[in-house]
Write a protein that binds this ligand. Sequence first.
Ligand code: HEC
Ligand code: HEC
Length: 277
Amino acid sequence: MIKRALGGLIALLLIAGAISVITPQNSIAGEIQEYTPNISAEEYEKRYNEFYGDATKKMAEEGNPAEMLLDDGKALFQKVDGSKGKSCASCHGQNGEKLKGAATTYPKYNAGIKGIITLPVQINRCRENQMGAKPWKYDTPDIVAVELFVKSLSNGMPIKISIDGPAKPFYEAGKKMYYTRLGQWNWNCAICHIKYSGHKTRANILSTNRHHADHWPTYRMAWQSTGTIQRRIINDCIKNMRVDKLPEYESEDIRNLEFYLTYQANGLPIQVPGLRF
Ligand code: HEC
Ligand code: HEC
């Protein structure tokens, strides 16, 4: 465990060394100078396989521990809760059949909140408004389980995020966030996941962002549990950027960021639960 943590630290220091030579990017009147991807998603996949061999395949064959959470999610979906005596299943079908495909368009623009709505926020809105139940705290087991169940109803179906019309400014805001320098290291997401993607560090190969949003909720070995993409972003990547005050789950910046990132995965099939180191 200590060895692994050390590996991570060394990896971070190596990246820090590599990026210290970059001069700050110019941003002209709010326009972002996008980086050119260092490698294609296909090339990344090749390097990933060379680096890790069949370790992740083997892991998958042994079974994904998140499958148990999926069962919990289904049970919670069918469980009556709140003052109106309803369950999710009362409105969306006993096995969620009416929500088949729904997850492929999330996150999306929602006129009611005049912003981007993610699946967990939609689920909590249904709890409050439709069931008279208390909203769940984000990224806790119950809501992750139900999100996982709802998403699994779209497994194999391509992600199709629309960034047209009123959604556009939120997409731009998400992109801006992706390129915003944060924390003591003065990094942004794009340095690691676009500019230096494919770079080998001791513990990792930096991924391209093409596949970042197609497999959440995901079981992570490092967590020994299943979590959301927002946990990955806030509690791992943003924390590693040495940001003093971490953003809140489902805050506006983070919803926009997730929206931007999910659009990068457009056309890829949803595959939940994911499994990662
Ligand atoms: C009383 C009926 C009712 C209940 C109970 C209910 N919902 Fe909903 N749900 C709706 C309605 C109506 C909508 C349409 C959008 C809206 O009003 O928010 C919706 C929308 C949704 C959507 C988005 C569908 C889409 O195509 O965009 C999801 C996902 C969802 N609900 C999940 C849930 C979950 C999970 C639960 C249980 C925690 C739940 N709902 C409980 C009525 C309900
Ligand atoms: C210092 C480099 C660095 C920065 C900056 C960084 N990340 Fe990461 N990120 C990593 C590493 C290392 C991993 C784990 C290996 C991989 O998948 O690239 C990772 C993994 C991820 C994953 C999970 C990928 C998967 O396949 O499950 C997501 C999503 C992600 N990062 C998003 C972000 C976002 C959004 C930001 C900006 C807020 C960001 N990262 C900033 C290094 C970084």
